[in-house]
Ligand binder design. Structure first.
Ligand SMILES: C[S@@+](CC[C@H](N)C(=O)[O-])C[C@H]1O[C@@H](n2cnc3c(N)ncnc32)[C@H](O)[C@@H]1O
Length: 443
């Protein structure tokens, strides 16, 4: 147990004397200059973190304890001659407690990329998919995730490959990718202050707005909707003071925080018709993972395929008639913030970014994509929801059709796994299987 009445220098001297070692010996073994060591022990100099690490190693002493003592000495040094030093320390403590509370998952920091409800996301299958890709391919440096969705696969690819291309047609997904992965510096202090200001807002003092008028009492509690609408307006007002990363972080953090209080089963095709239970909204930040080798696009996959190249393309399109732009229309409206006219009970805008993969053109569109992707390998995800009872979740392309199309462009292997699927209850997924096709394309 360390004595808090003593400084880091005194503690280091105590440890050395207890072990009966001379300063000379310590200096020789740690390569820290003798005079410097003596100045540290007598409190005339503070050691650096590296020096503490060397000394802790040498003395076989708990490094963390020594580092904590060092930091506390630094704080004392800063405030000891200040008139309000102690009061400032107390305020700083409160600030730290508040800032930590912005991060919901304490051990990792904040919302992780996967902490989001998204139909058809592959978060639980990433290990299986990435392992097969690794075993079945050679010389991969660049990876394309052309229907990225939550980007759970792209995130894993970033751990293995030098370049990763991410793409999705949705505006809201694109903002999320920039927030998580774009390698651009951002000012944490500035963003913390903004979040603190947003969280201190009192809904009762805010005016009715576009968001509360359309979604209040339906997809969100009325007061929460008022707060979300007000915050969205404020983010736009603050935009000139924010760089692209900061702007994206605020919008992405809002999406992740909104998902936690949305009165839905995970998408915005409909809301739950029972009284809304979640009535408290708190904006919490996402945890960023900057990646220097990332390229981010928001394009139709078939158009993008003609402009890019890479070693492998992972392909996970929608396979049924359910359009993602309709499922996540609220996030699209929230990100674009052009306040379109909205229609129907679900308050959707006019259709935009409708995917051909959700129509009768799915098969031809898929063939066109795999023929035009300039890559050595294709990895295609597929699941057998075509046995489903509900018409809208029937697959647009059948398993053997996918196989035929892939066989025509390269040597193809099929892998399968049983998997419990995220769905809203209408469909029986008891014999649900997940497939992965690996195709080595012909030259
Ligand atoms: C099955 S989800 C992908 C899930 C993703 N692998 C994950 O782990 O989250 C399909 C995605 O394709 C996007 N999409 C649909 N049609 C598209 C198109 N023509 N071009 C680009 N993206 C498209 C949708 O917005 C959706 O996010």
């Amino acid at each position: 147990m360390l004595d808090i009445a003593v400084s880091i220098g005194e503690i280091l001297k105590d440890i050395r004397e207890n072990q009966k070692i001379s300063l000379q010996q310590v200096s020789q073994k740690t390569n820290i200059n003798f005079t410097l060591l003596s100045r540290i022990e007598t409190g005339k100099r503070l050691p650096t973190k590296e020096q503490i690490e060397k000394l802790a190693n040498f003395y076989q002493y708990d490094k963390t304890e020594l580092l904590k003592l060092l930091l506390s000495d630094k704080i004392i040094y800063e405030i000891q001659n200040e008139e309000f030093g102690y009061e400032a320390l107390k305020i700083a403590e409160k600030k730290i407690i508040y800032r930590n509370s912005l991060f919901p998952e304490l051990d990792t920091g904040a919302f992780k990329l996967e902490s989001r409800r998204y139909i058809g996301n592959k978060a639980k299958l990433t290990d299986w998919i990435m392992r097969i890709i690794e075993n079945e391919t050679k010389n991969i440096h660049s990876f394309i995730d052309i229907f990225s969705g939550t980007a759970s696969i792209a995130k894993q690819a970033m751990k293995k490959y030098e370049k990763v291309i991410i793409n999705d047609i949705l505006h809201s997904n694109n903002i999320i990718y920039k927030a998580f992965f774009k390698p651009e510096k951002w000012n944490k202090e500035k963003i913390f202050d903004i979040v603190q200001y947003f969280n201190a807002l009192n809904s009762n003092e805010l005016n009715e707005n576009y968001f509360s008028l359309n979604f209040g009492g339906k997809f969100f509690d009325y007061n929460i909707a008022k707060k979300i609408g007000y915050i969205r307006e404020e983010i736009e007002r603050l935009k000139p003071e924010l760089n692209e990363k900061e702007y994206s972080i605020l919008l992405a953090s809002m999406i992740y925080s909104m998902d936690k209080v949305a009165n839905t089963v995970g998408h915005f095709d409909a809301y739950i018709k029972k009284p809304i239970r979640k009535t408290h909204f708190k904006l919490q930040l996402i945890k960023t993972y900057d990646f220097n080798g990332v390229e981010i696009y928001r394009e139709d996959a078939n158009k993008l395929a003609r402009k890019i190249s890479g070693d492998i393309a992972y392909i996970d399109p929608p396979y049924n008639s359910r359009q993602y732009s309709r499922f996540y229309h609220i996030y699209e409206t929230f990100v674009k913030w052009d306040k379109p006219e909205l229609f129907g009970v679900a308050r959707k805008p006019k259709p935009e970014n409708m995917s051909k993969y959700c129509t009768v053109k799915a098969k031809d569109t898929f063939r066109d994509l795999v023929e035009n992707l300039n890559v050595k390998y294709l990895a295609v995800s597929y699941n057998n929801t075509y046995k489903s009872k509900s018409k809208s979740s029937e697959n647009k392309i059948k398993l053997d059709e996918i196989l035929n199309i892939l066989n025509a462009v390269g040597k193809t292997k099929v892998f399968e796994q049983k998997h419990k699927y995220f769905n809203t209850g209408k469909t029986d997924f008891s014999d649900h299987k997940e497939f992965l096709f690996i195709t080595e394309k012909y030259d």
